[in-house]
Write a protein that binds this ligand. Structure first.
Ligand code: C5P
Ligand code: MG
Length: 192
């Protein structure tokens, strides 16, 4: 099974992705992690990615989809499927993902939307800035990331709602309660 974990920066996608992947034996495909790894290389592509991330914008669809294809090829035989964390981020990426799934005879089981209000997102990102040291975890870049989310990514909720795939979960409270909420949706989708 393949699942998309969806939500704004700071929604808790990474935290929940790890738990869900352990529970259901999925491969955690975090595009942010793949891009950060690529950006740590001193290549011109790496530098370009780093600048885009620090500017809170989206890396080109071509670059992102290439990294994803590579990850899928390397991991398709381990585990029971993929959990997409931070992808797709715009309509074009959602269409590319549909094609990619089709080409390997797979489909998306459901899209889990983590709902968290903006004050909490800001608080979490500022807390994370003191622990993880990400160059895009600062108020200036965060406000750009939130803008990118609402203009390019949020419209995908409509795209996936029309396919009846969206399952909403409250993203605040105890990590284990949120995890329980996500699991219930996954199991309901599996049994549908
Ligand atoms: O998902 P995460 O918050 O780790 O992503 C960090 C940054 O990586 C995003 O703000 C964006 O600049 C870049 N990114 C992207 N395209 C994606 C996922 C992440 O450009 N599909
Ligand atoms: Mg993340």
């Amino acid at each position: 099974m393949n699942i998309v974990l969806f939500g704004p920066p700071g929604a808790g996608k990474g935290t929940q992705a790890k738990l869900i992947c352990e529970k259901y034996f999925l491969n955690h495909l975090s595009t942010g992690d793949l891009l950060r790894k690529e950006s740590s290389k001193e290549t011109s592509l790496g530098i370009q990615i780093k600048n885009t991330i620090n500017d809170g914008k989206l890396v080109s669809n071509e670059t992102t989809i290439e990294l994803i294809k590579q990850f899928i090829n390397e991991n398709k035989n381990n585990n029971k499927g993929f959990l997409f964390d931070g992808f797709p981020r715009n309509k074009k990426q959602a269409e590319l993902l549909d094609h990619l799934m089709e080409s390997i005879n797979e489909k998306i089981l459901c899209v889990i939307l983590l709902n968290v209000n903006e004050d909490v997102l800001k608080e979490r990102i500022m807390n994370r800035s003191t622990t993880e040291g990400r160059s895009d975890d600062n108020l200036e870049t965060l406000s750009k990331r939130l803008h990118t989310y609402s203009s390019e990514t949020e419209p995908l909720i409509e795209y996936y709602s029309s396919q009846n795939l969206v399952r909403k979960v409250h993203g605040t409270g105890e990590i284990s309660d949120i995890n329980q909420g996500i699991s219930s949706h996954i199991e309901a989708s599996l049994n549908a």
